[in-house]
Design a protein around this ligand. Structure first.
Ligand code: ACM
Length: 745
């Protein structure tokens, strides 16, 4: 083969693979049936649009979207059946689901059909995702891959809960999110509008709710806040309606209401005054059901809420209600006696049921977090949103209620991607195991939650994306159609879409995976760093802090000679992302020595085996880094064989505490030496001086120094505190003891 034909051959190969690449259908959420066909439909200036029947607003939406995306104006009606997009309501379609659609892309025509405009709208999103990005169609022709798609959602509730309280989000930002939700076929926008730290919805009858309740005075004296006028809300609700998204407002009660009580303290269960909250977490101050005026207030609020939101469901929160103030309130206690309520949990259900009754008398129904099951639970018809795992969903369904399954461990995308990876979100199945067909019908679907304590508006995109795409697929696509590898392949393509849509997406998961080895012959540590997703690069420094300016781009395994510290962090879109990882290396007499323990570590935190304790690599500030070894409820009794008799004057051990994760420092550590491995002499004891109550993550080395002694064996006994202390939320539960290293010199 001569040079020219070789080049031609390569060029052809590139073109063929490019066009094959284009014909791959990268839609998210994955449609439930796709038959790819050869060829493509050339969308161009001469393509006609044929909207059948009275598809005014949908037709307008489609032409607008196409114009914005392709710069092609297809508003004219098609003259013939060639090179045309036909959109039609077709009541003959077999699938009765209101969101079902059929999309047929042939070489000469595209046909989108559905029984309803809602179905057509969902199908339009598929069509939009099939159109290649503008920069790949420089000729003005957009090749849409031929295929036949028959699609319908798995669940009818596919939502996002956006907390616009902890941080206020502008009206335009909310509308932008409604567009993004529509693009990924969500149909519910759950709008968290009231909480301890703010009241964000104008209520005409109670102006102080926004005059007072919408503003908080931060610790530094600055005023933070904002609210939506009723006009803003109407605009957003109407905007969502044109995207076939229902806005479900959340008005929190009987707890999470400090901002409301700051405005109208007379509704509280203790005497005021109250301030709009400035710390996160749960507040003790709650509405008082012992006063009729409280219900009158809430009903008046809900009247205005119902006027603004046509949604059948009004979310009333109901979560995290400490009952102490009801216990101490004479009116609440009197009401409990009158109504025969045995405890404050029953008072909670009394409260919820009264509100439910009120909403039902206006043709509405409550949705609430799973705490609405407390006491006697709600009346039939309520929807229970299970966030503390799936138990709430199971309990709700057993009680004949409908449920939204949104366990925080899988759907709270406000959590760091390093904690909740996209793969975990993707693995989530909203349908609890073991439900029969009738029970399954009670599972309406699922929602993502974006709690905004740690996310002012500019940070929301990077939390929500790309993980929201995984949840979109959990909610839409049948489990048999889901595949993680296939999802990741489509995700690569979706990144270009997200960038085009101006989404400042963040991480999928922990950005960097590290691996360390010790080369015995060279006495070097070898560090390998691997980025976990496309579009990120790995930076590192040795022995220095890491910034964009002073770091090196990782290009291959790094050798470390002797004690040193390597810091690594990922960079994406020219910004440092994710948490830095600090790897510290030590070389001591125990390095890589044989080691035994009398009782084994927990397989949950194995650190790769017992050798981790003498591998010379120190644990990071993240106890899940794979370098820390965990012992649950037991002591650590470990013996290291230094190989031959040495002169030892220092033995050290590294421990970790994070009391919120039930991990505590040892009570004390005893150190022993031996020349024969049988007879051990105590070299000393170190007692812990780190307070158990300290809420921070703490790393501490317990290092014993003593006069030189001959030793071949060193032994440490670290005494676990046993159980979580009485003040701790896990009081009496087995405490964890975490160790990363034993060293001797
Ligand atoms: C919740 O996260 N408190 C519903």
């Amino acid at each position: 083969m001569n040079r020219i034909s070789l080049i031609l051959c390569l060029v052809t190969l590139v073109f063929v693979s490019m066009s094959l690449g284009q014909s791959v259908i990268n839609v998210v959420p994955k449609p439930n049936s796709i038959i790819p066909e050869p060829g493509s439909f050339p969308l161009s200036r001469s393509t006609g649009m044929n909207l059948q029947g009275s598809l005014k607003s949908l037709g307008l939406y489609l032409t607008e979207q196409l114009k914005e995306f392709t710069r092609l104006d297809l508003s004219r009606t098609a003259a013939n059946n060639h090179n045309v997009i036909t959109v039609a309501v077709d009541t003959d379609l077999a699938d009765p689901n209101v969101e079902a659609y059929r999309l047929d892309v042939h070489r000469t025509a595209i046909r989108l059909r559905a029984r309803t405009e809602i179905g057509l709208f969902r199908g339009v999103q598929t069509l939009l995702q099939l159109i290649p990005l503008p920069d790949s169609a420089k000729t003005g022709i957009f090749h849409i891959p031929c295929c036949r798609i028959v699609d319908r959602p798995r669940f009818r509730w596919r939502g996002l809960n956006l907390d616009c309280v902890r941080h206020f989000m502008t009206k335009d930002f909310v509308k932008r999110y409604i567009d993004l939700l529509a693009y990924y076929k969500f149909n519910i926008f759950h709008w968290h509008l009231t909480d301890d730290q703010g009241w964000r919805i104008e209520i005409k009858k109670y102006p102080k709710l926004t005059q007072v309740g919408a503003w908080r005075k931060e610790a530094d004296g600055t005023i933070y806040g904002g609210y939506y006028t009723q006009e803003d809300i109407k605009e957003i609700v109407n905007y969502a309606k044109t995207r076939y998204i229902t806005v479900v407002p959340e008005i929190e009660m009987p707890g999470h209401c400090e901002a409301s009580l700051a405005s109208y303290p007379e509704n509280a269960s203790i005497d005021g005054p109250f301030n709009v909250g400035i710390r996160w977490g749960v507040y003790k101050d709650i509405y008082c059901p012992g006063k009729e005026e409280t219900f009158a207030f809430l009903e008046n609020v809900l009247r205005e809420v119902m006027d603004l939101f046509p949604s059948r469901f009004i979310h009333i929160g109901g979560d995290e209600v400490p009952k102490d103030e009801w216990k101490g309130n004479a009116l609440c206690q009197k009401l409990m006696r009158q109504e025969g309520l045995k405890n404050e949990e029953e008072l909670q259900s009394y409260f919820i049921r009264r509100i439910q009754e009120f909403l039902r008398s206006h043709g509405r129904e409550i949705a609430g977090w799973d705490e609405i099951l407390e006491g006697n639970g709600p009346d039939s018809g309520a929807v229970v949103e299970s966030w503390r795992g799936v138990d709430g969903a199971i309990q709700a369904v057993k009680a004949g209620l409908n449920t939204i399954v949104s366990p925080g461990d899988f759907t709270y995308l406000s959590q760091d991607a390093e904690r909740l990876s996209i793969d975990t979100v993707y693995a989530f199945d909203p349908m609890p195991h073991g439900f029969g067909p009738d029970e399954q019908k009670r599972v309406l679907g699922t929602e993502a939650s974006m709690w905004s304590e740690n996310a002012p508006q500019p940070a929301v995109d990077s939390k929500m994306f790309p993980r929201l795409l995984a949840l979109a697929e959990d909610a839409w696509t049948l489990p048999a159609r889901k595949n993680l590898t296939d999802f990741h392949n489509r995700l690569v393509y979706q990144y270009d879409r997200l960038a085009y849509l101006g989404v400042d997406y963040g991480l999928e998961k922990k950005a960097i995976v590290f691996d360390t080895k010790f080369d015995r012959s060279k006495r070097q540590f070898i560090v390998s760093l691997t980025p976990t997703q496309s579009g990120i690069q790995v930076l590192y420094t040795i022995g220095d802090t890491l910034t964009l300016g002073n770091s090196r781009l990782y290009e291959g395994p790094v050798s470390i000679n002797g004690p040193s510290t390597l810091i690594t962090q990922a960079v994406m879109k020219r910004r440092l992302v994710g948490n830095p990882i600090t790897l510290s290396f030590i070389t001591d007499d125990a390095l890589n020595a044989p080691i035994t323990v009398t009782e084994p570590y927990s397989p949950k935190y194995s650190a790769g085996g017992i050798g981790a304790l003498v591998d010379g690599i120190r644990g990071t500030m993240n106890f899940r880094d794979g370098l820390w070894q965990g012992y649950q409820g037991i002591d650590i009794d470990a013996t290291v064989d230094l190989g031959k008799e040495k002169s030892v004057s220092e033995i050290g051990t590294g421990f970790y505490q994070e009391s919120g994760s039930w991990i505590f420092m040892p009570d004390s550590v005893q150190y022993f030496v031996s020349t024969d491995g049988e007879h051990f002499e105590e070299a000393g004891v170190i007692r812990n001086d780190v307070p158990e109550e300290d809420p921070d993550a703490i790393k501490k080395d317990f290092v014993l120094r003593f006069d030189k002694r001959k030793a071949r064996y060193v032994r440490i006994v670290a005494n676990n505190i046993g159980v979580c202390p009485p003040w701790h939320p896990g009081a009496g539960g087995k405490a964890w003891l975490f160790i990363d290293e034993i060293f001797a010199n």
